[in-house]
Each structure stands twice: as C-alpha cells, then as structure tokens.
Design a protein around this ligand. Structure first.
Ligand code: GTR
Length: 326
C-alpha cells in the first residue's frame, strides 16, 4: 500500500464514521420519501435496504428521509437526476412532467385495477418503461403501487360528475391530471402534497383526490368527509436510483440492487393491502361518508383527455400492450 492509498482509505473510514452508518465503511444512500415511515412504500424501501446491505456485505445502506423532508416531489426529481439525492419512490404523475414519454401512465381508467397495473409493470411492458425512465438519468429498480385515486370533498357529496361542476379540486402538478379534473367539470388546482390539508381546511380548495391510505394518513378525511369511489386513476410509483450512483456500482452490485428492488415489491404490495383496510376503518370511524358511484359516467367524460394526450404511435402501441395484459 502506498502512502497515498493509506491516506485515501483512512479518509474514507473517517467519512463513513461521520455519516453515522452502522458499519464503518458503509456508504449511506440518501432516499427521498413523501410519506411517514409506516407508509407501505417506505416499508418496501426498508426491505430493499436490508437486502442491499446484506448482499453487499454492508457496503451500502439506505437511509430514508420520510415525510417529504428533503423537498417536494417535483423538486426532488431534479435532485435525483443531478445525483444530489441517491434514490426515492416517485409517483408516475410528477415523474412524467420530466419523462414525457410515460405521461400516458396517468391517463384516467388506463389500468383495469391496481392489480392490473402491478401485472403490467412486472411484464415486458414494464421493462420497456424502465428504458424510457433511464434516458433521464434515473434507474428504476421496482414499481410500487398506490391503489386507485378517488375524489373527496368538504361541503357536499359528489354522486355524479355533474356534482363536480365548478368545484376547486387540488391535483398534482401533472398535465394529464389537470386535464382529467377539468374534463370532469371541476377546476383543477395544482398544489404540492404537504399544502393540501390547510387548503382543504381554509376553503382554498373544495376537495382533492387520492387513494385510501393517503386520504387517511394526511388527515384529509377529517376536513373532507365525502369520499366518492370513482377510482379515476391508478398510478405506479417507481423506485429509482440516480444515474450518478448507478454508474458507480459494479455489475454485480447493480444486479443486487435490481434484485433487491424487485424482491421488496412483494413486501410493499402486501403492506399496501393491509394499510388500505386499516385506512378504510379509520376514515369510516372518523365520520367519513363513502359514496359508491357509477364509474362509467366518469369514464365517458374523460375521453377528450385521451384524445389530447395519445397522439403518437409509440404511445398507442404501449397502451395496446397494456390493455392486452390480462
Ligand atoms: C400520493 C402519492 C405521493 C403523491 C401524493 C400527491 O398518493 O403516494 O407520491 O404523489 O399522492 O397527491 O401529491
């Protein structure tokens, strides 16, 4: 060992100790998460981290920064692309503002159900979507689920699309979502996730839309008591690593990361099912009114959104392949 390599090795050891990792030489990877630690996507990422740590002999550890503490979803995507943040679970909505080729994943009623979405993302179509995302300096290793999104409102129940007329509904800053809400007759109001509770409470918006666990975990059900099961979108939540980190891994390590991502999906999916049930119970106990509705009436009104956003053959082909997945 030369004097220089001894110096480099001790500097690395000191650095590893400073970042406070469990094992002395572990590189601690910074992972963004939008939700609290007990949320299903985070339980999935914890599992992924355990596998990575074990299979790399403690070389890499995943540190999750929960509850959006590193920033909001749109800004974090840029930080992952720049390699400032190493990884995160992103929603296909905000992600598609950068990866335009996947915006069709957010189309209303594209997937037949949350399970259908999971089957699609784990089929060859999913592997082609990997390539589209990878072009933007992010490497997907897993696709978590996020159930189906439905509307909730503060002052009156939505029983048919007509009831949405003129209501200000918070949406993610995603073109397809904005167009979907407007096509249904409401006024789409884009806003970051952490601001929604106050906006509902103070009347800045009349409602929002999300899945059961987010409706519950954010406390939105306390202020928006009418939850209408129109299930307009089912969106995948890819787990991505920055290209910068990815390029620093050996081929064997890349394989470990990829396998860890895939293996963690099962944990996430089963935690999701449990949490969905728990969230239903909590919101109903908390006084939320659950409204069954004629989904076909909503489906009919969003056709212009498809016409506007499905304009090229590559997208048409991907949609056909999705629809062909049983
Ligand atoms: C949640 C999703 C988040 C975020 C949020 C939102 O269901 O898990 O990543 O997209 O919805 O509405 O902003």
């Amino acid at each position: 060992m030369t004097f220089r390599t001894v110096l480099a090795a001790s500097a690395a050891a000191v650095l590893a100790t400073i970042v406070g990792s469990g094992s002395p030489m572990a590189a601690q990877l910074k992972c963004w998460a939008n939700h609290a630690m007990d949320y299903p996507v985070n339980l999935g990422m914890v599992k992924m981290g355990e596998i990575i740590k074990e299979k790399t002999g403690g070389k890499y550890e995943i540190k999750i920064y929960p509850s959006g503490t590193l920033g909001n979803e749109n800004s974090i995507i840029e930080q992952i692309r720049a390699g400032v943040v190493d990884c995160g679970t992103l929603n296909s909505g905000p992600l598609s503002e950068i990866v335009q080729e996947i915006k069709f994943l957010n189309l209303p009623y594209l997937f037949k159900s949350p399970d259908h979405m999971i089957r699609v993302m784990n089929s060859e179509v999913g592997r082609d979507i990997d390539k589209l995302i990878a072009k933007y300096n992010m490497m997907p290793v897993a696709y978590y689920g996020s159930g189906a999104r439905s509307f909730y409102t503060t002052s009156k129940p939505v029983r048919t699309p007509d009831d949405l007329a003129g209501l200000k509904i918070r949406v993610m800053s995603t073109a397809v979502f904005v167009d979907t809400i407007n096509a249904l007759g409401a006024k789409a109001t884009p806003m970051p996730f952490p601001e929604v509770y106050t906006a509902l409470k103070t009347g800045v918006v009349d409602g929002a839309e999300n899945n059961w666990p987010s409706y519950e975990s954010t406390g939105h059900y306390e202020v928006a008591k009418y939850y209408t099961l129109d299930m307009h979108t089912v969106t995948p939540e890819p787990v991505v690593f920055s290209k910068k980190l990815w390029d620093s891994l050996s081929d064997a390590e890349k394989k470990i990361f990829q396998e860890a991502g895939r293996a963690s999906q099962d944990v996430m999916y089963s935690e999701w099912d449990k949490r969905e049930q728990k969230s239903r119970d909590i919101v109903v106990k908390g006084g939320a009114q659950i409204i069954e509705t004629d989904v076909a009436a909503f489906q009919k009104k969003v056709k212009p959104v498809w016409d506007k956003h499905v304009t090229d053959d590559a997208t048409r082909k991907l949609i056909e392949r999705i629809q062909a997945v049983k």
